[in-house]
Design a protein around this ligand. Structure first.
Ligand code: ADP
Length: 319
């Protein structure tokens, strides 16, 4: 193997740049030429490739977003589109591809490898919703961004003795809400993986008021529904002043945390090792702090679950 390529696809996540850097640097370390593909699968179809030198990935380990840009690409969902992509890869004499992205991007990568082109996935998404791995690149940064924001909300919540509902991202997964909720000592954490009762949330709020707590924070994962609606219901039932903050896309940006930079570096190096070992159909994962490769099929056959022990723990601590 002499030439490989790397792309970023789907929703971006902090730490993707650190992963690109790791793929490029470890590729060069092993004597490979590494091409960057711009704008995800669109660039793959259009042949938007550029040879990346060691220097071209300098000074990016700390940057959010992705220097390769990311995009969604409908054409890649078709067999015809994927054949065009494979032709471009052959034209550039590329023998293996690393795809940094989420679940959808991996389904595309899996189809590429099923058509005979080796592809390895690196999980990059703030949602942490990819089965088979304990963590995805960008999740830790997103949680840290959320807690930084909620720390600020707490200050004003205490001053005005208000109840705050904070809606966080995560698509169908409750991981961001769960980790941020434990880290913030939230009164209640609403995640799609666990049913909730409004009456229980209100009981908790009443208990904390009785012990003279000056503010209350309720974290709602977007997969549960609208934070605005839940805030409205609480206000109607209790009559208390309730404010809602929807954090939105600030959770996708920012400089990656040390954890995400290290995770991205480890995963990037592993992806290149897998290609060199002749693997063609795997994603990189971290399990019990070990970076491993697992078959796409094995990952897709599982269902992602957040760490529900944390959910129970949060209930104990917010008694
Ligand atoms: P993410 O990777 O963040 O989950 P998407 O689900 O939007 O983001 O997927 C990114 C891109 O991956 C899509 O625009 C499409 O090009 C490709 N893709 C997604 N699902 C499939 C699929 N089932 N088959 C082929 N390509 C897919």
């Amino acid at each position: 193997m002499k030439r490989i390529a790397v792309l970023t696809s789907g929703g971006d996540a902090p730490g993707m740049n650190a992963a690109v850097r790791a793929v490029v640097r470890s590729g060069h370390y092993h004597g490979l030429e590494v091409f960057g593909v711009y704008r995800g699968y669109n660039g793959l179809i259009q042949g938007d490739f550029k040879s990346l030198t060691l220097g071209s990935v300098g000074d990016i380990i700390h940057r959010g977003g992705t220097i390769l840009h990311s995009a969604r690409c409908e054409e890649f969902r078709t067999e015809e589109g994927r054949q065009k992509a494979i032709q471009q890869l052959h034209k550039f004499q590329i023998e293996g591809l690393v795809v940094i992205g989420g679940d959808g991007s991996f389904r595309g990568a899996k189809k590429l490898s099923a058509s005979g082109f080796p592809a390895i996935g690196i999980p990059g998404t703030i949602d942490n919703d990819i089965p088979g791995t304990d963590f995805t690149i960008g999740f830790d940064t997103a949680v840290n961004t959320v807690i930084e924001c909620i720390d600020r909300i707490r200050d004003t919540a205490s001053s005005h003795e208000r109840t705050y509902v904070v809606e966080v991202m995560g698509r169908d997964a409750g991981d961001i809400a769960l980790w941020a909720g434990v880290a913030e000592g939230a009164e209640s954490i609403l995640i799609p993986e666990a049913p909730y009762e409004l009456s229980e949330i209100i009981e908790r709020l009443e208990r904390s008021r009785h012990r003279d707590k000056k503010h209350s924070i309720i974290i709602v994962a977007e997969g549960v529904g609208s934070g605005v609606e839940i805030g409205e219901q609480i206000k109607q039932r209790t009559g208390w002043e309730t404010r809602v903050t929807v954090l939105g896309h600030i959770q996708r940006g920012g400089s990656p945390t040390a954890f995400d930079r290290v995770l991205a570096s480890r995963m990037g190096v592993k992806a290149v090792e897998l290609l060199l070992a002749g693997e063609r159909d795997k994603m990189v994962a971290i399990k019990d702090n070990e970076v491993i490769g697992i078959d796409f099929d094995e990952a897709f056959s599982q269902k992602h679950q957040p760490n529900l022990a944390l959910y129970d723990l949060a209930k104990i601590l917010s008694i």
